[in-house]
Every structure is written in C-alpha cells, then in structure tokens.
Design a protein around this ligand. Structure first.
Ligand SMILES: [Mn+2]
Length: 451
C-alpha cells in the first residue's frame, strides 16, 4: 500500500519532468518561484542546477510567502513554464489563471481542487504520503528532475529535508529513497559521529551551546552552562573539538550521550563540496541563515557552486544568525511564554529577535524550556502586521492538534492568511487583531483536542 502511494507520487513527478523537458527542448525560460527557507532554497537550487545542466535558462524569485498580488503579477508574465517550489498548493484557484504550463512542487497541505487544468501538481498529500515527515519540497523537486538523471543532486534534497525537520533519527519513505540514491551515486556519505556544531571553527563550549539539532538539554543556547558542564567532566572547554585528544573525545561522547542519546548518530556529508559546506545539516543551516537575512542571491549562488567571497559572506551571516539564536534562547529562558488555557505564546517587535522567533520557539519547546503540552504561537510584529509561527509536538498532534488547519481557520476570520502542517504552520494578520486571534486560536485548539 505504502509502495503504491509512493509510486503514484513518483509517477506524477515524472509527468512534471516531461512538462519541464518539453519546455527545455523549446528553449523556454523557466520561471521559478520558491520559498526563502532552507527547504525552498534547496528546491530552487535543485531545479536551477538541473536546468543549467540541460543548458536551459531560468528566472528565479524567492519570496517569504506566496501572496495573491504576486500571483496576479505572474499572470501577466509571458513565460511558458512556471515552476512553484515549496508553495502553491494552497493557491490552485489563482495559479490556474496563469497562462502557460505550471508545475507545483509542494509538500504543504493542498486545497481541494479539480486538477483538470494547466497545472501539474506534485504534492505527496495528494497520494497519501505525509509531506511533513516523508518528503519536503526539495525532495519533491528532486523527484521532478530525477527523470533527467539528476541523482547527483540528491544531497541537496536532503539539505531541504533537514531544514524542514524531517530527520528524526533517520530518514523514512521518499526521503530514504533519495538518501539511497545519493549514497549509490557517491554524493551522500553517512558516518557515525557526535552531531555538534562548528567542530573545526569554535571552542568546544561554544560548539555545544551552538548545537540546536539535536538539542543538548541544559546546554543548547547556553554558553555558561556548556562551559560549566565541560569543566565538570574534565574536558578542555577552550579548544576546538577537532583539536581534542582521543581520550577527551571519549569522555565527552559518553557524557553527551547521557544527556541525549541522539547526539551520537549519523552524520550526512556531501564529499564533493568544499570542507565548510560538506556537512549537509550545516549546509542547510547556512541556507536558512541566508534566507532569514534576505540574502537569497547568496544562498542560490552557494547552491550553484559559488565559492570564495560568497562562501565567506554566507558563513559570516550564519555566525551572526547563530548568535541571535543564542540571545533569543536566553531571552525565552528568562521571560518564558504567556500561557492561555490551550496554548502559549511569545511576542517580539525587536529587530534581530524577530528573525529567529519561530526557530527559538521550537527549540525552547523541544528543550522543554517552556511547557511542551501547550502548542506555541510566536508573534513577530512587522509594521501594522504580525507574523505568526505555530509549533507543537508529535504528542499534541496525536491528541488532535492541527496547527495548519487552526491557523488557516483563525486567520481567515481577520482577512489574514495561514496554513502549513499539523505540527508546524504559519499565518499573517493585522497586529490590531492579535488579541481576538489568540482567543479564537485558543477555542479552535480546545475543539481539536476534544475532538
Ligand atoms: Mn518546505
């Protein structure tokens, strides 16, 4: 049964590949629209690389979210093929008005729609494949170019899957298929090791504090606690992990495994990359940092193989981004969240913190810095609007919570937009409605839990 579902998805992706190929043969420039997170950027990178390798041309726009007025602009454009990555499934009505061929390569919950149109809609949910765990947009996009023999891009598909948190001690289903293809092709290598950040760049206590995935309870985001921990176990905190002797590495490994067994696990690398981009999870975090800082051209440049200055800039952005995360986590540790009966929330209008609010929220939730039994809404104010990112846990999803649905329903009451996955979703509304919005969300989640 599972096999059948996966096959149906692969077949639909092959149909998309045919549409793409026909357009490339006619030398049509492909209009690519993708999302600004690591998954969307990886997806854009995959399609851009694939088109380049076929000697085709493309024009990319990266957006934080798809908006109706942007689609209206696209409708007026004269391209023959529009390729939406990591978005589009919720806008089928408007997108169907685009003249020309359309491929949607998305993994968000789609709206119900009769697909008898110019759209080739590739979305795992259409075939009973779970787009929040089994494949991300970069994976779906990889599937759409797989027919052109692009197995060498498998590693980039996994970068997107890591970005969308689809790795939970292993990749499953379609992600696993992609992993296997990449390993076979030699562009993905997997070995066991300690999954701590910046092993060759930062002193060890910083490496521990900068490790966000998997989290290290008590230590993630906490420089002082990391230093104290290393002093306690007798490992030099001031030198880099890569400079530690064998014995200290073993002590460290045992002590960290006690805090979180997942810390010693598979490390995914892409051997053909330069050393600072070789670790696929780090790569994903670099793309994420570029995206959050609106450096889309830089991120795409990396995906297309740019080095030197571009690489230095990207690493610099990631360093600053990491410091923002640490500062943000410290803030949540001190301030906590504001709780209601069925949810909790955090709010900020401060500049660097706004960039990382959703991320620190989900880290704080998984570290249980805040109560994991209440879904979390993070509100960042942008002028008269407020951006909301919702996160909860697998346990709460099992209890009935579906944040994608809840944020979609609640935001539509205020002329806003919202949606996403059951476990992680987003919305945007006018700031003045925030209190009412919270009350409605509180009611919706109560109904979801009480079934
Ligand atoms: Mn995605």
């Amino acid at each position: 049964m599972t096999r059948n579902k996966q096959h149906s998805l692969l077949n639909r992706a092959d149909e998309a590949c045919q549409v793409l190929n026909e357009n490339l043969e006619k030398e049509n420039v492909v209009r690519i629209i993708s999302h600004h997170d690591a998954d969307g950027l990886s997806a854009a990178g995959i399609i851009a690389n694939a088109i380049s390798e076929e000697n085709g041309q493309y024009h990319i726009t990266i957006v934080p979210r798809l908006q109706e007025n942007f689609i209206q602009k696209l409708i007026k454009e004269k391209y023959k093929l529009f390729f939406f990555c990591d978005m589009g499934s919720a806008y089928l009505d408007s997108i169907s008005k685009i003249k020309g061929d359309v491929i949607i390569s998305d993994h968000h919950q789609p709206m119900k729609y009769d697909t008898d149109s110019n759209i080739t809609h590739v979305n795992p949910h259409l075939f009973g494949v779970d787009g929040s765990k089994e494949v991300s947009a970069s994976g779906v996009t990889y599937l759409t170019v797989r027919g052109l023999k692009k197995q060498s891009l498998a590693w980039m598909a996994l970068a997107g899957a890591f970005g969308d948190m689809q790795y939970n001690s292993e990749f499953i289903s379609i992600n696993k298929l992609i992993e296997d293809e990449g390993v076979k092709d030699g562009n993905i290598e997997i070995h066991q090791g300690l999954k701590i950040a910046s092993k060759a760049e930062e002193p060890l206590y910083k490496s521990l504090a900068y490790t966000f995935n998997p989290i290290i309870p008590e230590l993630t985001g906490n420089l002082e606690a990391s230093q104290a921990f290393l002093e306690r176990i007798g490992v030099s905190y001031g030198i880099k992990f890569s400079d530690l002797g064998e014995e200290e590495r073993d002590i460290l490994k045992d002590a960290l495994i006690e805090l979180n067994p997942e810390i010693f696990s598979n490390i995914y690398s892409s051997p053909k990359q330069v050393s600072s981009l070789r670790n696929i999870e780090e790569y994903s975090r670099i793309l994420d940092a570029c995206g959050k800082n609106k450096k889309f051209g830089l991120a795409l440049g990396l995906c297309l193989g740019e080095k030197n200055e571009a690489l230095d800039n990207a690493l610099d952005i990631q360093r600053k981004y990491t410091l923002n995360l640490v500062e943000g986590l410290e803030w949540i540790r001190k301030e906590g969240s504001i709780t209601m009966e069925n949810l909790q929330y955090i709010y900020t209008d401060k500049k660097p913190r706004k960039n990382v609010l959703g991320t620190i929220g989900s880290i704080a939730l998984s570290m249980e810095t805040i109560n994991p039994k209440l879904p979390l809404l993070s509100f960042s104010r942008m002028d008269n609007m407020v951006k909301i990112s919702g996160r909860t846990t697998q346990d709460m999803v099992k209890c009935g919570v579906n944040l994608g649905q809840a944020l979609d329903d609640a935001s539509s009451n205020f002329n806003g937009t919202g949606g996403g996955h059951d476990i992680a979703a987003g919305a945007m509304i006018e700031y003045k409605y925030m209190d009412n919005f919270l009350n409605i969300m509180n009611d919706i989640i109560r109904h979801q839990i009480n079934g």
